[in-house]
Design a protein around this ligand. Structure first.
Ligand code: ADP
Length: 246
């Protein structure tokens, strides 16, 4: 570090810079869906900046653009105009290889239906996902994760021996096993009873605390939203409210 720089002086004085890194940035994002003659404007010039380590709940009525926003951040769709930056990469313009790398290295994505490998047991699915992501994961932590999502006694079952809700929770255990820097979740507690939902949110909070994970979750549930640090509300493809709750 350069002697005499502001950072150098701050570091020498033991002052930690208070500016956090921006992990996700959307600039003037417009998304128009075209189907034959019909055009739907899903996002109308959306600006949003999310810092590393933050937890953000995205709320808004059905059709307000929440899923579109997640799809653009995850790189499964591209904006019509504007920029979507994740960890400095312009995901809207990056090629398929770069997007796949970003999804593999940075993101963990929980959508309503989860893909578990059908020929492996649930525990093997969790261990494999963790190892593929390069995390040091042994069977005992895999079992701990399964316990935390309420599936302690299902580790030796294959996905077709599990209910839809159990597969969803198993999918969450897999995603967390990979210790993603950015967790994207669409209604992750949607189909769960309130006790299981609370356990699951606790687990997400713990992984956030220990790993510094950033969370962006779409939810209809005000109580779930209150577990986030920040609540962003969309209406007609725009941010209409953005408040910090802690
Ligand atoms: P939300 O997740 O808040 O319910 P969406 O992002 O799914 O909102 O949808 C925003 C708008 O875009 C809605 O009017 C919806 O009908 C439309 N839309 C979403 N996906 C598509 C698609 N693949 N093709 C055409 N229109 C779409």
């Amino acid at each position: 570090m350069a002697v005499g720089s502001v950072e150098g002086v701050r570091a020498a004085a033991g002052i930690v810079p208070d500016r956090k890194k921006t992990l996700v940035q959307l600039e003037e994002v417009i998304k128009v869906y075209r189907e034959s003659d019909v055009e739907t404007i899903a996002l109308r010039g959306l600006d949003l900046s999310i810092e590393e380590g933050d937890s953000v709940a995205i709320m808004g009525r059905s059709g307000s653009g929440k899923s579109t926003l997640l799809n653009l951040i995850s790189g499964s769709d591209r904006p019509t105009a504007g920029r979507v930056l994740v960890d400095g990469t312009d995901v809207g313009r990056a090629d398929e290889v770069a997007r796949a790398q970003l999804r593999g290295k940075v993101m963990g994505i929980i959508f309503q239906s989860q893909n578990l490998l059908p020929f492996l047991t649930l525990e093997e699915n969790v261990v494999l996902t963790g190892r593929l992501a390069g995390t040091e994961l042994d069977g005992s932590w895999a079992r701990e994760l399964l316990d935390r999502v309420g599936l302690a006694d299902r580790g030796s079952h294959r996905p077709d021996q599990l209910s839809g809700g159990e597969q969803q929770r198993g999918g969450l255990a897999c995603v967390l096993a990979a210790k993603p820097r950015l967790l994207l979740a669409d209604e992750m507690t949607g189909e769960l009873d309130s006790a299981t939902a609370a356990k699951l949110l606790d687990l997400v909070r713990e992984v956030r605390r220990t790993e510094g994970m950033t969370v962006i979750m779409v939810t209809h549930d005000e109580q779930v939203a209150q577990t986030a640090d920040r609540i962003v509300e969309l209406r007609d493809g725009r941010v209409v409210a953005d408040r910090r709750v802690r």
